[in-house]
Structures are given as C-alpha cells and as structure tokens.
Design a protein around this ligand. Sequence first.
Ligand code: ZN
Ligand code: ZN
Length: 726
Amino acid sequence: MADEYNPKEIESKWQEEWEKSGIYHAEDDSKKEKYYALIEFPYPSGDGLHVGHPRPYIGLDIIARKRRMEGKNVLYPIGWDAFGLPTENYALKTGKDPRVVTKENTDTFRKQIQSLGISFDWARETNTTDPKYYKWTQWIFLKFLENGLAYKAKMPINWCPKDKIGLANEEVVDGKCERCGTEVVEKEKEQWMLAITKYADRLDKDLDEVDYPERVKIEQRNWIGRSEGVLIKFDDIEIFTTRPDTIRGATFLVVSGKEDKFTGKFVTNPATKEKIPVWEAEYVYSDYGTGAIMGVPADDERDRVFAEKYNLPIVIDYKKADFEEFGKKVVKYKLRDWVFSRQRYWGEPIPVIHCEKPARPDGRSGGCGVVPVPEKDLPVELPVVEKYEPGPDGESPLANISEWVRVKCPSCGGDAKRETDVMPNWAGSSWYFYRYCDDKNDKEFASKEKLKYWMGVDWYNGGMEHTVLHLLYSRFWNKFLYDLKLVPTSEPYKKRTSHGIILAEGGEKMSKSKGNVINPDKIVDQFGADTLRLYEMFMGPFEQAIAWSDEALAGPRRFLERVWRLKEKIADSNVEIPAILHQTVRKVSDDIEKLGFNTAISSMMILANNLEKQEKISQEEYKTLLKLLAPFAPHITEEIWAELGHKDSIHLESWPTYDEGKLVDDEIVMTVQVNGKLRATLKIEKGQSEEEIKSLALGLPEVKKWLDKEPKKVIVVPNKVISIVT
Ligand SMILES: [Zn+2]
Ligand SMILES: [Zn+2]
C-alpha cells in the first residue's frame, strides 16, 4: 500500500463505485422516513461550471449525506433548467440548433458536477427542454386555461426594443431590460396571462406556515404588496386609501398621470363638503388601488411635498374621521397578473389552437375561438427551424413556419392556426420538484402516491436573486395544483435557505467578460475534489458572499493529509476516549443543521490536532472522526474506511452520537483561593461531592500554611474555584 494521499487515484474510483452500487438512489417504496433535499437546478450555459455553482450543491450534499447516515430515505435530485434566452441567443449567433447546444452544455455540466462527488440521484435527472418533460408543463398550462386562470389580454406590456420581447414586470429593473440594459418601452400586445393575483392573499398569508429566512418573507410580502384600505367616492372619482380616518385633512385629489398638472376640475370632499382641486401626478401609480388618491398633506410625506410645490392648502388641525361613514372596506395588492407569453423560439409552445372558421352569414361568429390542444396530442413539440430571429413586429420565429402553424381545428375540423408564443423560462422551474418524485411517469406529471410520500420539499436552498420570482411563481403553481387535488401540500417547500455567492479574488463578481472566472476542473485536478469541497465550505459563513483565494486551498488540503496519516497511530489495545471527541460530535452535528459548515470543519481540525498529539489513538476515535468528515470529504473517508477493512460504504454508516455525560473531561482542575488570593490548584474527579472537595482543599499543604485558625467560610464554585475566607 503506497501510503501517500493521492486524490486523483481514489476519487474517480469511488465515484464509479457509488454509481454502480446505487447508494445515493432514492427508493420510492421505502419503509424509512423520507427526506427531500433540493437545490435550484442549474441553467446549463456554454461557459461550463464555475466554482460558485457547486457551493450550494456541496452544502446540501452535506445535509443529504448526514440524513442518510441518520437512517432517512433521501431524495437529492438534479436536472437542467435549459429553456431560455442565453441558448437561443447563442443559436441566433451561430445558427446552431438549441437542442444540440443544450445537449453539449448539459454533458459538460454533468461531467463537471460528477467529478465533485455530490450524492445526487442521477437516475432521476430531468431536463425542462425534453418533450417528455414539457408535455407536462403544457398540460399544467391547459389546467390553468380550463380553470379560467390563463387568459389572453391586449395590454400595454414592457417591451424591450433590442431583444424584441415582452418582459414581465419582474424582468424590468429601473425601467431597463434585465437582460440587456436597454430602456424598456410600453407596447400594446396580445399576451397570455396567468392570474397569479387570484392567489395573492394566500401567497401572503401562508408565508406564516413556512420556515424561510425573515428577509425572504419580507421581500415576498413587499412584492405582493397587500394593503387594507377603503374605497371612497369624491363625486365621480373613486379613490383608495389605507388611512380613511384622515379624510378631513384631504385638501386635493390626485389621479395617476404622466406629468404633474391641475386638471381644472373640482370635486367634493364627502366629509367636509368642501370643493377640492383634482390634480394629475406621476407619483400616483395607475395600477395601484384605483389609480387615484386623496391628498392629505398633514399626514403623508409625499402629499406634503406635492402640496408645498404647487401651493395647495395644508390643513393641520382636523378631526379624525370614522371611515364607515364614507367608504367601502377593500384589500388591494401591488401584485399584477403574470405575463406568460414570450415571442421567442426556445421555450415551451403554448398548447392552444386558434380556430379561423369565418363568421356565419347571419353575422354570428362561426369559429371556435381559442381551442386547447387535446391532451392526446401533447406535447406540442418545437419544430426545427432555420432561423431564430423574431419577426419585425416581434412575432415568435415559430410564426414563420407555416407547415407547423397551419392545422385543423380540433373542435370543428376547420382551418386553424397554432399559437406561436412560447412560455417564459420560469414555467419549467415552477413544478420541476414534483417531477423528481416520479420522473419516468408518462401518464401523469407525477403519481399522487409518490407525491404523497415525497412532498413537501424538506429543505430547499437557492440564490437570494430568486427570492421573489421563482419562489413566488412555484408557490402559486403549487397552490393551484393543490386546489385541483393534484399535489398533497399547500406549500411546496417547508424550509428555504440561501447561500452567498463566491466572488473572484479581490472581491469582484466573477464574469466571463472580466476574465476572472475560476473553473473547478483546474482545482479538482490540482488538489482533488475533497479539498475543493472542504475549501468551499470552510472559506466563510455559507450564507455570506466571499472572495475566492487560491492560496487558502492549501489549508484544507493539509488537513486531509493529516487525517490520512493519523491511521498510522491506531493502537490495537483500548485507548481512553477523550471528552473532546464527544464535544466534536456535538458541535459538528449542531453546526451542520445551522449551515455552520465552516465552524464544523474547524472543530474537526481541532480534534485532528488533538489526536496528532497523542501517542496512540483508538480505532473508535479515528472512525468517529472519519464519519463526521464523510459528508464533507466523501472520497478520502471512503478510501480509509475500506483500508480499515470495511466491506460496506462509510456513507451507509450511522451518524455518530455523543454521550451527554462525557462532554467534560473526567478530571477537573480547580483553583483554590485563600482570602481572594490564588494559593493552590486541586485536581478532582468528576462527580465528587462538595464536602469531599472542601476537605481535599483544606488538606493541601499550600493552603494549610495560610490557615492559622478555622476558616470562616468555604465557598465552592463547581468545576472552577474553591474560595476560603479566614
Ligand atoms: Zn433587452
Ligand atoms: Zn373550430
């Protein structure tokens, strides 16, 4: 046995072995308690993986591995969120079929992720662009349609003139396109919409039921923007206010407008009966409440600024009113319905057909209107196209393929056209966590039985940037499917956490354009996957952003080498187990649950230091350290475990437990003070009585010489001090 730690030799060997033995495959018909750990599935870009990607995967891998060792049947799956603009733009540039591009990219990502020894259940790998997958995305859309929650509306949409695409509100940042930074303009367009607002109240209220970080809840609540208020009529203008009690202080009315101006109109304040002017102003949003507010400069900061600017009266001293004289109680939300159309190519075709049968001679419409594609005809597959450019008016590239567009109406058999809009790339990620539960099912998106066993997700980790959009959308889909009794829980995720991103050395964001992206392949090649894993967990608190440092990789690598060498110290005979072992088991167990991976690792380092100082160490001690380390560094621990003569994987062992009674050393050193001065130390055994300790202390020669008479008082502070007063 060549005894040098050589990760290159052992890591790929164990990766193959694990895949062969299937130890990370979740079992659907297990009697064990289930545990569902989930990471946000990646978008397989052409750039491949960078070192930031695996941080959350490793974090939850540690959780998943610990749960397996705790006896749970763990589902820890992975897939690809592969529709969307980056791949389509690449196709536009190169003319390459997005399917081919996606295949190449996922192959690269898969190989890279597999080289890190993450315990994903690869047998359940899914891909949102697989027709077998998006068949069900389309099927769910038809459920929305059937239930009146998908509808078409001509409405002003956010339009990016550069990308030629309609954007959801969420994709507009400071008036600019989130993707390309171009100023967004308004454009009237027929759009498919999903009525997420119907669920606004439950999306807000049910946040009380889930274990999310408080700031995630706050961000979701702000986005939903629930406010209780009343509608009050000022003549023919209805306003919305959350402060109806201030109505007597209302000295003007403001309706939403593009600029500030007086309309020339006056209305009556129903409380004071006074005529007040009606203004238009930018600061009132057209889509909030009724798009009109009462101006109460004495009680509202923005109203006061407006009144001062335009010399409007300000009434300070007025009587607060009881609104039920004046208004109707309502709840308003800032949340808007979800623009669900994209005039692009690389997305799920929206599965409807527009019947074109002409109107009848009597003038009544003869057509069937919007007809859903029958379920037996799903999926509506994306046709192969030559060109990926949107049309001049921003139609989908699909509109140019007449042989695909022209179909017979499924209802009347007349001439009809396929819908050419596709879904946004939020669609596939709104339900992927169900598919993992039953990924081969071709009769349902997942069987009720399997969903009942696996759902909800016990722990979901993902980026802070997805706090509002993805999280809110998938909660909405879940609630809709729950109402149809198709999924078993009213919330999809029981617990949500977020990881901090990894920055480049020097603290900048990693980006291809800056050329500061670090490829994990290089690190794995040079140091091994276990070192990379350990480093990414050790570099700082998991939830905080942190800068990469090549130099700092050496520390975790040295630690693993020390663990490797410790096996030479194993003694045949029994060696006493020190308290520090119990302390470390407790610390590592607790820290993992709190995402304190860095502090867990440092306590294992302290334990290793301690063991190194011992002449001999027991098998028991060493094996415990290996088990604690196994979720962090699965390859090296598996290798040593096998060398120690075990036939079964260390990853199937039980998680170590500690003895509460052995957390402190058996021997305790106490100090002895006489009249406040330190005079001696005293070794006692754990569990000795106070009386025994007192008499031992008084019998010490260093103490005796300070006692010329009987002491007045002897105070024992347990495990610390014996204080003698004469
Ligand atoms: Zn754009
Ligand atoms: Zn028809």
